[in-house]
Design a protein around this ligand. Structure first.
Ligand SMILES: *[C@@H]1O[C@H](CO)[C@@H](O)[C@H](O)[C@H]1NC(C)=O
Ligand SMILES: *[C@@H]1O[C@H](CO)[C@@H](O)[C@H](O)[C@H]1NC(C)=O
Ligand SMILES: *[C@@H]1O[C@H](CO)[C@@H](O)[C@H](O)[C@H]1NC(C)=O
Ligand SMILES: *[C@@H]1O[C@H](CO)[C@@H](O)[C@H](O)[C@H]1NC(C)=O
Ligand SMILES: *[C@@H]1O[C@H](CO)[C@@H](O)[C@H](O)[C@H]1NC(C)=O
Ligand SMILES: *[C@@H]1O[C@H](CO)[C@@H](O)[C@H](O)[C@H]1NC(C)=O
Ligand SMILES: *[C@@H]1O[C@H](CO)[C@@H](O)[C@H](O)[C@H]1NC(C)=O
Ligand SMILES: *[C@@H]1O[C@H](CO)[C@@H](O)[C@H](O)[C@H]1NC(C)=O
Ligand SMILES: *[C@@H]1O[C@H](CO)[C@@H](O)[C@H](O)[C@H]1NC(C)=O
Ligand SMILES: *[C@@H]1O[C@H](CO)[C@@H](O)[C@H](O)[C@H]1NC(C)=O
Length: 542
């Protein structure tokens, strides 16, 4: 997600800044250095290849093979197998365009141990986006060695970024790539503490889910590959990064006022694009709850209250996941001298204990401070709280969101509080950011405005649905949300399908593809003519 808060505050200034910066930057070479390749930012704004045979006639939008930024044989295999069986040609085309989109278009540079992945139309790497962009490919790792190497490089580079700037959310290309730092950062002219450096950092908005995404990607990478090289790379810098993350988490669980009434703060940001950050850039105050504060939402908007509940849900799952990896590695290290040396030298050798302790406190905090009993919906999860009684009742479509809580793994979709919450935030009367109209309906975000629905929110409805009809309804809206361009947009006007933002938003494409794969495995009758099961492992083994 880009941080274009500036759009609302000083759009002309940002345009001038971006324009000036762009003028100074040399143009990026096209992917693969092939001069015949169009920039995908413009390519994705016009219908390209043959239309699909369904009523929507969605165009084929993959770049020509020579212009793709990475080729994966496993992805092609899954793609062909799945689409050849799908009943709905429009949905199949949308999957065909979106599933490989990150590999086709966003691998800006891949070295032997490091990979730089851009968000799409913004030439920087977001921690959250890059993790989620790659997540859809993780089940293929054991079947595609180059893809595994590529993914390993994403984690290695993220580990470096976080070790250097744990509070920052988006980054510049690494020096090894030879790519110059890109202009146009929304933080130009801002003052950030701890200080950053815009030749390395792109934006420094502290968002808890940035570091949690790194933990999630590491956990799943290991689960799907059993490869320990991400842990030993660069003399075990992954562990140093994780120690830094745990420190950040402990710091951000500290309440605003200490026993003498002094204000305690570990991060602040202020400047031309951050005027509405309260309290000299520190954000709103928080009480002691066991939970972990954040300054920005996953939309890159500033929070109303510091304890964002979807962030907390993800934290519980990923801290427990971290503890689990760490215990497994301790066992593996007995037979692996390199790993053993690295793990014995750690300054905090109890990563698993620390992580579990905090996970339990956060979970307790969620139920003690993060739920609200409402008159109409019963007990629900709040979107944000501060521990003083301040509560934001709403949802935001960017993941982690309330609707996506089962997808995050915190509670399952049959959980009573989740069901109440879902009913509330997917209703016109329960969620101030629920938009509806002839073009699209769903959760909107103040990041754009209250009348633009984010298709990503509809994907969250699919991956956390228990009822077939909920899946089909969300897919129908999604198919029709592309302005005829066959890719998932960032947001679409509820009353005008031609008014959309971001035609090239790789995270949303990967997330949609992940939903299709999930439904193929769990509810195959919704996708296939013959209704027979579909099994990813079997396809890859064939
Ligand atoms: C992907 O494969 C095509 C040929 O099908 C080739 O032209 C292109 O260079 C490959 N891309 C990469 C990044 O290797
Ligand atoms: C920022 O980092 C670059 C290296 O990427 C370095 O040359 C420069 O001195 C740094 N600037 C500051 C203010 O630290
Ligand atoms: C990883 O190792 C475990 C234990 O040896 C094994 O059960 C699992 O199948 C392996 N996973 C992969 C993807 O190789
Ligand atoms: C890549 O990492 C491996 C260790 O994981 C190391 O042996 C190798 O030298 C690295 N290659 C480069 C080019 O840094
Ligand atoms: C910002 O935080 C730093 C510590 O990280 C502190 O020294 C500085 O005074 C803070 N500034 C404001 C305005 O709170
Ligand atoms: C690797 O880390 C260990 C443990 O911290 C340290 O003793 C050793 O000097 C490091 N080696 C290098 C090459 O940095
Ligand atoms: C959902 O969670 C509840 C309690 O946590 C459990 O009893 C139930 O079996 C779970 N349902 C599914 C479908 O996993
Ligand atoms: C798609 O949306 C348009 C409005 O943007 C609407 O006119 C049309 O009926 C919708 N089509 C489907 C198949 O839902
Ligand atoms: C999927 O296929 C694999 C390999 O053919 C098999 O081991 C596994 O049991 C299958 N899973 C399901 C849920 O059928
Ligand atoms: C898809 O994969 C299944 C399971 O391996 C296989 O039986 C089937 O033939 C494949 N279909 C196509 C079109 O590749």
């Amino acid at each position: 997600m880009r941080r274009d808060r500036a759009r609302n505050v000083a759009p002309i200034l940002l345009l001038l800044l971006a324009g000036a910066a762009d003028a100074k930057q040399p143009h990026l070479p096209p992917p693969n250095g092939n001069g015949g390749c169009q920039e995908y930012s413009s390519y994705s704004m016009r219908a390209q290849g043959t239309p699909s045979t369904g009523p929507l006639g969605l165009p084929y939008m993959r770049p020509p093979p020579g212009c793709r930024t990475f080729n994966s044989s496993a992805v092609e295999k899954v793609l062909t197998n799945l689409t050849s069986r799908m009943t709905d040609p429009d949905l199949a085309r949308l999957f065909e365009n979106t599933y490989p989109n990150t590999l086709d278009t966003t691998i800006r540079w891949a070295g032997p141990n490091l990979t730089f992945v851009v968000t799409g139309d913004i030439p920087a790497e977001w921690l959250r986006d890059s993790s989620n962009q790659m997540k859809v490919y993780l089940p293929l790792l054991a079947h595609d060695e180059p893809l595994r190497q590529l993914t390993k490089g994403v984690i290695n580079l993220q580990a470096r970024y976080i070790a250097q700037y744990p509070y920052c959310n988006a980054f510049q290309p690494p020096p090894e790539s030879g790519l110059p730092p890109q202009g146009g950062s929304g933080d130009t002219g801002a003052s950030v503490s701890p200080p950053d450096n815009l030749t390395i950092v792109w934006t420094c908005g502290y968002e808890l889910d940035s570091v949690l995404s790194f933990l999630q990607l590491s956990r799943l990478y290991y689960e799907y590959s059993n490869d320990t090289s991400i842990f030993t790379f660069n003399n075990g810098s992954w562990f140093t990064t994780v120690e830094g993350i745990l420190q950040l988490i402990e710091d951000q669980a500290v309440p605003t006022y200490d026993d003498e009434g002094n204000v305690v703060s570990f991060y602040n940001i202020s400047g031309p694009n951050q005027q509405y950050m309260k309290n000299n850039g520190r954000g709103p105050p928080k009480a002691l709850t066991g939970m972990i504060g954040t300054t920005y939402r996953p939309s890159d908007d500033v929070v109303d209250f510091p304890y964002n509940i979807p962030h907390q849900a993800m934290a519980v799952v990923e801290l427990r996941g971290l503890a689990s990896i760490y215990s497994q590695l301790k066992a593996v290290a007995r037979a692996d001298p390199e790993l053993h040396t690295i793990m014995s030298a750690l300054s905090a050798p109890h990563i698993d204990t620390l992580a579990l302790k905090r996970a339990n406190k956060v979970e307790k905090g969620i139920y003690e401070y993060g739920t609200v009993t409402t008159k109409h919906w019963g007990e629900v999860f709040a979107y944000e709280v501060d521990g003083f009684g301040g509560v934001a009742i709403q949802d935001d479509p960017n993941v982690p969101s309330l609707v996506s809580i089962p997808y995050l793994g915190f509670v399952n979709a049959t959980n009573k509080i989740y069901r109440n919450t879902r009913k509330m935030v997917l209703s016109r009367t329960g969620n101030p950011y629920y938009g509806f109209g002839p073009a699209i309906r769903g959760v909107t975000s103040p990041h754009v405005d209250e009348k633009h629905v984010w298709p990503m929110g509809l994907v969250s409805e699919v991956v956390s649905a228990t009822k077939d009809e909920d899946v089909l309804t969300a897919f129908a809206w999604l198919k029709n949300s592309t302005t005829g361009l066959g890719l998932i947009h960032e947001s679409v006007n509820t009353h005008d399908g031609t008014d959309y933002t971001r035609s090239w938003f790789a995270w949303a494409n990967s997330y949609f593809a992940e939903a299709v794969l999930q439904i193929a495995e769990t509810k195959p009758h919704l996708l296939f003519k013959d209704g027979k099961g579909w099994n990813l492992t079997a396809v890859l083994d064939a």
